[in-house]
Write a protein that binds this ligand. Structure first.
Ligand SMILES: [Zn+2]
Length: 266
């Protein structure tokens, strides 16, 4: 999958993925002393010959996709890591402080990009927006969660890399991705759809009209149950109509006479 709205610059890749399936999201930092931008990293990825590759590069203000999410990147040092996760390279270093991390990443773009993958790639159905423990990763290398390069090192071996580093703000990453997943679920219906659903016309749709709650489902199996706003709106409308109908009827002629009297001062 290529994420819509994210620039795609096809990176060089020496791996072939057996089944195109990935389940985890691996977080790295580029450990580049000059802090090359995401664009420069993606550009370098088109010609590097060391076998290293990643699906996404993210810096302070942008994100670039380098490989389709079904491609196998060389990023983990282990078969388990490379085969089961997509790689996100964030420009930064292990020595960054928490505050520097918070200030150095396009968190909104990173979050919306990863939320799109989580919500739309069927392999990520059931993905939990949290960081896996090393024990869980050893137990199940296909665990559907976030983890770092260091977590892969400890779970699967094959590397000495310890990125993204001790001060990487995992809590912040998890929070912004969770929020983006929720937001994209809210966007499942356009405003027009919602207006149509909440209009009294919805009554004509029969079977849904009397449900108190409606469960919306996405293709990847995520679901959200909400009160049936159409039913709430219909009941309110019916109450209003009944209220109006119950009012004493005005006699228009009587009213006209009363107005005329007042105007004429009688
Ligand atoms: Zn790494």
């Amino acid at each position: 999958m290529r994420v819509p709205g994210v620039p795609f610059v096809q990176g060089r890749n020496s791996f072939t993925d057996a089944d195109g399936k990935h389940f985890g999201i691996a977080i790295h930092n580029t450990s580049n002393a000059n802090l090359a931008s995401a664009e420069d990293e993606a550009d370098f990825a088109t010609r590097r010959t060391d076998g290293i590759s990643a699906h996404f590069y993210c810096d302070k203000n942008s994100i670039v996709q380098s490989l389709d999410t079904n491609a196998r990147a060389g990023h983990a040092g282990s078969t388990e890591g490379n085969q089961n996760s997509i790689a996100v390279e964030i420009t930064g270093q292990n020595s960054f402080s928490r505050q520097r991390w918070l200030d150095s990443v396009a968190w909104d773009k990173l979050a919306s990009t990863l939320a799109f993958v989580i919500r739309n790639d069927p392999d990520y159905a059931g993905f939990k927006v949290r960081r896996a423990t090393v024990a869980e990763m050893r137990d199940n290398p296909k665990i559907k969660a976030f983890y770092g390069h260091d977590d892969m090192r400890r779970a699967f071996g094959g590397t000495t890399h310890t990125d993204p580093g001790p001060n990487f703000p995992w809590d912040h990453l998890i929070a912004v991705v969770k929020a983006a997943v929720d937001e994209q679920e809210d966007d499942m219906f356009s405003d027009n759809d919602r207006n149509a659903l909440t209009s009294a016309n919805f009554r004509a749709m029969g079977v849904y009209a009397d449900l108190d709650e409606i469960t919306y489902r996405t293709v990847n199996g995520a679901s959200r149950t909400e009160p049936n706003k159409a039913k709430v709106a219909r009941l309110a409308l019916e109450r209003k109509v009944a209220e109006l109908a119950a009012r004493p009827q005005l006699d228009i002629e009587e009213l006209a006479e009363a107005i005329a009297k007042r105007i004429n001062g009688h």
